[in-house]
Design a protein around this ligand. Structure first.
Ligand code: IPM
Ligand code: MG
Length: 355
């Protein structure tokens, strides 16, 4: 059987450690199915080539069957001009591969309730939501720049804009995902102020007509930020513009106990995707065997499910993670006083043992 080709980007900070964990899990659950092409991208690439991603690496991503990414960026490269920032590599891959649909599931593992900052009665209700973030449009990619006014006062601007096709396609994916879940979509916007949000809301309602079995509601983003901490159990699928999704997915992740637990998938029109934990490169933890590998391991599960039609293997990974947590194994970010702290490698071994 010819192997699937994975482009692997370890990136910066804790990236190499968590990718090592993810590949160990992948090789165990689907041996001989994948070949890996390691690409130097992010801060490491800036150091080596003076750009965050080379044309060759970008081409390798395009030629791959999917991309697995650790994390890019770090304080060392924070003061470079915008077009040379390590994050640019990430934004470039998303755009070039047209990965417009970013899925960020946030669910509370019942054994991690104690790690959640939610009040106990709220945590007890549990939650299991899917944040669908539009990923290749909006303010991240709109016109930006600087100019000065007549008095020499500097002005900086970034533009939020969406066209109808961009909204329609992400809305459609959100409704389709809801169909496999609890059949509810909450569309998040700022339609009381922003014209781009008014188009967003209009189009989501037009697309909703194709999905009469799905219940659609709208919520303003400020209210959504509040409802997430007041009662996250109310949400099934949430769909929103790029920047709102960036912000609310961090909030949702923390409700689960740790940002170190949340995987993500970015998909386009075809099967190929990019898979990465939603946390960053955590430079303070780098090289110390302290990072939580679970978000990256769970990202591999998403990859098997969405890009390679291997739901069984994906399910095995999710079960193994759940069992590992049930047995009380914890990394530093999710531990409480009753449990010893495991390092990245030890936690990975525990998951491997459950597979
Ligand atoms: C994320 C990250 C990125 C984003 C950064 C690193 C550019 O925060 O994936 O959420 O803002 O999209
Ligand atoms: Mg973010």
């Amino acid at each position: 059987m010819s192997k699937y080709r994975l482009a692997v980007i370890e990136g910066d900070g804790i990236g190499p450690e968590i990718i090592r964990s993810a590949i160990a899990v992948l090789d165990k659950v689907a041996p001989h199915c994948f070949s890996y092409e390691k690409l130097v991208v992010g801060g490491v690439c800036l150091d080596l080539h003076g750009v965050p991603i080379t044309d060759e690496a970008m081409q390798a991503c395009k030629d791959s069957d999917s991309v697995l990414l650790g994390a890019v960026g770090g304080p060392k490269w924070d003061n470079l001009p915008g077009h040379l920032r390590a994050e640019r590599a990430l934004l470039g891959i998303r755009k070039e591969l047209e990965l417009f649909a970013n899925m960020r599931p946030a669910k509370l593992f019942s054994v991690l309730k104690k790690a959640s900052p939610l009040r106990q009665d709220i945590a007890d209700r549990g939650f299991d939501m899917l944040i669908m973030r539009e990923l290749t449009g909006g303010i991240y990619y709109g016109e930006r720049g600087r100019k000065s006014d007549a008095r020499g006062n500097t002005i900086a601007f970034d533009t939020e804009s969406y066209n109808q096709t961009e909204v329609d396609r992400i809305a459609r994916v959100a409704f389709e995902m809801a169909r496999k879940r609890r059949k509810q979509v909450c569309s998040v916007d700022k339609a009381n102020v922003l014209e781009s949000s008014r188009l967003w809301r209009e189009r989501v309602h037009v697309v909703a007509e194709e999905f009469p079995d799905i219940e659609l509601s709208d919520m303003l983003v400020d209210n959504a930020a509040m409802q997430l901490v007041r009662d996250p159990s109310q949400f099934d699928v949430l769909v929103m513009a790029n920047m709102f999704g960036d912000i609310l997915s961090d909030e949702a992740s923390q409700l689960t106990g740790s940002i170190g637990m949340l995987p993500s998938a970015s998909l386009g029109e075809d099967k190929r995707g990019m898979y990465e934990p939603i946390h960053g490169s955590a430079p303070d933890l780098a090289g110390k065997n302290l990072a939580n590998p679970l978000a990256t391991i769970l990202s591999v599960a998403m990859m098997l499910k969405y890009s390679f039609n291997m739901p069984e293997e994906a399910w095995r990974i999710e079960q193994a993670v759940e069992k590992t947590l049930l047995k009380g194994h914890r990394t530093k970010d999710i531990h409480d006083n009753d449990t010893p702290v495991l390092g990245t490698r030890e936690m990975t071994d525990k998951v491997l043992q459950e597979l």
